[in-house]
Design a protein around this ligand. Structure first.
Ligand code: MN
Length: 430
């Protein structure tokens, strides 16, 4: 099917600010609460949110095979289950409805009134009910940095790392959208030089700059998905901050991997940008040496040129960018991750979320965590008022941003912005 929604020359009758992440070529999907306290599935052009439930009721998706209530639900799971052909029909139709040359909705004031919302009239929700969440560890630079610090700089990568996209099963119950504050976790840690652990608030709370992809129902139990087919089952992507407590992590992670150091919170940007919208930004993944086993080999360009950055805002300082990275640095691409995840027959469902792993670049200003940026706190980040940050302090807000850009169009993800609060139930510090 021709992806007419991606036409870079199309203009919308809805105004789009310069450098907006959401031109008419994006057409992401999300779930929001309207000014009338109704939950609906929607999309966004510029700073206007569009109620797809209302559009459907008014007949704008006529001829597309959709159930009547598909956009009146509080998650995108059923729509995602409808499959790639339906996603494309709907995206193409939305592009057509909002094209500046289409006067139908543009000139219907009554319809516009129930379909369009200003962003400050809505509240974004989690876009999917996440059944299962998996986190990979697919940036070679990140795995090398963490291996150097936690174990041994001479054997930073464990022997399996170059042969498979290493991952672990995470916890979907604690994934929240942008805007929801996060509490500093309590837990066990082993102080430097001590032989027995202590209990208390984590002292080393960190962000992890990641992206995540959202799948549709991909297979039956027992059935693997090939690298060739994998992208047909990927609906889209979001920014993903995999909040981490490094001191808890260091004490607990052997032998089964991270547990409570990771599952207290992860936050995502609320608009799912479809893989289709990212099509113009395909790039090669890094060359893999050694050549992986046949089931992990792939053809074509399977990565995407997505610029990423992280800002920190504190009680005393305005937002300041502390790192810039790019999704294209990922050693293992999403197709390889999904093929590996299902090679044993593991079933993948609609709304499952797969984190990339922290995305670090090759230079010190492109690392995807405070752990790496400050090298365990040895080189603190200097804030604009002269104060220092080794890790994240109570009251700090971490914001992830991401976008793709060529000379015609910019497709972005908005942001995942969340504040760190003191431990649950504790009094606020002065
Ligand atoms: Mn992670």
């Amino acid at each position: 099917m021709s992806q007419t929604a991606n036409d870079p020359n199309r203009k919308s009758w809805i105004s789009v600010p310069t450098d907006s992440d959401f031109p008419i070529q994006n057409i992401p999907f999300g779930v929001f609460l309207t000014r009338d306290d109704v939950i609906t599935i929607g999309t966004r052009i510029g700073n206007t949110a569009i109620d797809l439930g209302a559009l459907h009721q008014l007949g704008y998706f006529r001829d597309i095979p959709l159930t009547d209530d598909i956009f009146l639900q509080d998650t995108l799971n059923d729509f995602i289950s409808d499959g790639q052909k339906t996603w494309r029909l709907v995206r193409n139709r939305i592009a057509n409805i909002f094209d500046q040359n289409n006067k139908t909705l543009q000139h219907n004031k009554n319809h516009r009134k129930v379909v369009l919302f200003d962003l400050d009239e809505i509240e974004m929700q989690l876009p999917v009910q996440i059944g299962d969440y998996t986190d990979f560890y697919s940036s070679k630079e990140h795995a090398t940095n963490v291996g150097s610090m936690f174990r041994d700089p001479n054997n930073a990568l464990l022997p399996n790392w170059l042969h498979m996209p290493v991952g672990y099963h995470g916890r979907s119950s604690s994934i929240v959208p942008s805007g929801i504050p996060i509490h500093r976790p309590m837990g066990q840690t082993l102080p430097q030089g001590a032989e027995t652990p202590v209990f208390g608030p984590s002292k080393l709370v960190d962000f992890e700059l990641e992206m995540a992809f959202i799948t549709t129902d991909a297979n039956q139990l027992g059935e693997p998905i090939s690298t060739e087919d994998a992208e047909n089952y990927i609906f889209g992507m979001v920014l993903f901050n995999d909040w981490s407590a490094r001191d808890i992590q260091k004490w607990e992670y052997v032998p089964l991997g991270p547990f409570l150091s990771k599952n207290f919170a992860s936050s995502i940007s609320p608009w799912i940008v479809t893989l289709d919208a990212l099509e113009p930004f395909r790039v090669e993944s890094p060359k893999q040496d050694p050549v992986p086993l046949p089931y992990l080999q792939y053809k074509g360009r399977k990565s995407f040129d997505i610029h990423l950055e992280v800002d920190i805002e504190t009680k005393n300082t305005p937002p300041q960018t502390i790192t810039k990275s790019n999704f294209k640095h990922m050693y293992w691409n999403m197709s390889q991750q999904l093929a590996h995840h299902t090679i044993n027959g593991c079933k993948v469902n609609s709304g499952d979320m797969m984190g990339s792993g922290t995305i670090s670049g090759t230079t010190k200003d492109s690392y995807g965590s405070m752990l790496e940026l400050t090298w365990r706190g040895e080189n603190p980040i200097i804030l604009s008022d002269g104060s220092e940050r080794k890790f994240i302090e109570d009251g700090d807000t971490i914001t992830l941003k991401g976008y793709c850009k060529n000379d015609k169009v910019r497709i972005g993800f908005g942001e995942a912005s969340n504040k760190l609060l003191p431990p649950f139930g504790s009094k606020k510090r002065k």
